[in-house]
Write a protein that binds this ligand. Structure first.
Ligand SMILES: Cc1cc2nc3c(=O)[nH]c(=O)nc-3n(C[C@H](O)[C@H](O)[C@H](O)COP(=O)(O)OP(=O)(O)OC[C@H]3O[C@@H](n4cnc5c(N)ncnc54)[C@H](O)[C@@H]3O)c2cc1C
Length: 333
């Protein structure tokens, strides 16, 4: 017999989004009903971010064996026990909850079958939200293949329903789910009209080395800011990168003429960590000056960020005017 549940907020999906909103709402004393059709934790915990990063960590550990020669350590072929690697992955999932000689790939393209032979496989087909079975039309909720259409307040075309995370049109990242959860909590619970602001949204591609980005790309910036400048610096000049043999990489920053930061891309080891101060500068609309004023520990990879900021101001610091002032001060004794 079905029972009609009364609640303040009904949430469909117990992924990162649903769980974040449910936890906050419940802590604030609201009654919440959460429906989950598969595993609690959704894609991120069970199939996405956590399993993939646990696998990457295992792969990095194995790679240490074969890439040790530059450090004077004899390389060895590691013995990979994949069953135990997968146990490690399962352990990490549980903890948070509470490659090769030839791959044969069988694919179907436009109903024709092809077999492709290769050594590495990168699946980059993208993902689309699973919203077709929800009978959204009956509730007057508009959606496209990219997800449910939402306003900047994350409201759907039915004012009583919000869509967040992967289900909503736009970015599909776990950090977006947290952000969206905060926005809807402000709107639904606190009645504060809060809107999304995607200007500093970061993303990281977890390759070796990593690729991290926040804000505008150079192409996007030049459309709006005619005076936008692109400055870049290779990792090779960084002392810590040299000690670690991590010299492959580059930092690229897009700024206005006055040094206001519009975007940043970093390719290099730990790029996902190095991007953090840049997210803050972009979000707050700050200039590179905020980095030149920082005292940064030596030797660290983070010095690349201060160095690129200093390079931007170098032409002004060593301009003819400044040199004349220095000559004059010297003359005064
Ligand atoms: C391989 C992979 C790697 C990824 N790596 C990263 C990463 O490194 N960093 C990052 O930021 N993001 C990453 N992502 C994306 C990230 O996993 C998603 O953005 C995030 O999980 C979205 O959370 P969500 O709560 O919106 O949706 P989901 O996690 O998909 O949760 C939705 C939940 O709703 C349930 N559900 C669906 N329909 C119904 C229904 N009708 N009734 C009841 N329940 C229902 C589902 O079972 C699911 O549990 C990765 C994704 C994949 C696939």
């Amino acid at each position: 017999m079905s029972e009609l549940l009364q609640c303040d907020i009904a949430i469909i999906g117990g992924g990162a989004c649903g769980l974040s909103v449910a936890a906050v709402a419940a802590q604030l004393g609201l009654s919440v009903v959460l429906a989950e059709a598969n595993k609690m934790g959704g894609d991120c915990l069970n199939y996405g971010c956590i399993p993939s990063k646990s696998l990457i960590a295992a792969a990095r550990s194995a790679r240490g064996f074969v890439s040790s020669a530059p450090f004077g350590i004899e390389p060895k072929t590691p013995n990979v026990d994949f069953k135990r690697v997968m146990e490690h992955v399962a352990n990490v999932i549980n903890l948070i909850k509470n490659s090769d000689n030839g791959i044969d790939v069988f694919v179907e393209l436009q109903e024709k079958q092809h077999t492709i032979h290769g050594s590495h496989l990168l699946v980059a087909t993208g993902r689309s939200p699973n919203i077709t079975g929800l009978a959204l039309e009956k509730a007057g909720i508009v959606y496209t293949l990219q997800g449910i259409t939402v306003s900047p307040r994350l409201r759907t075309t039915n004012k009583r329903v919000y869509a967040i995370g992967d289900a909503a049109e736009g970015y599909q990242f776990t950090h977006i789910t947290n952000y969206h959860a905060g926005i809807v909590i402000q709107n639904i619970i606190f009645k504060i009209p809060s809107k999304v602001d995607y200007r500093s949204i970061p993303w990281v591609t977890y390759t070796t080395p990593e690729l991290a980005h926040s804000g505008l790309t150079a192409g996007e910036a030049l459309k709006t800011y005619k005076d936008a400048r692109v400055i870049s610096l290779p990792f090779g000049d960084n002392d810590r990168a040299r000690t670690e043999h991590m010299t492959i990489g580059n930092i690229k920053v897009i700024v206005t003429k006055k040094g206001k930061v519009l975007g940043c891309s970093i390719l290099g080891e730990h790029a996902g960590e190095l991007i953090i101060p840049w997210i803050m500068l972009i979000k707050e609309g700050k200039s590179l000056r905020h980095l030149t004023d920082l005292i940064i520990p030596y030797p660290t990879l983070s010095e690349v960020s201060k160095r690129i900021a200093s390079e931007f101001y170098a032409p002004k610091l060593f301009s003819d005017t400044v040199r004349r002032v220095v000559r004059f001060l010297k003359y005064l004794g």
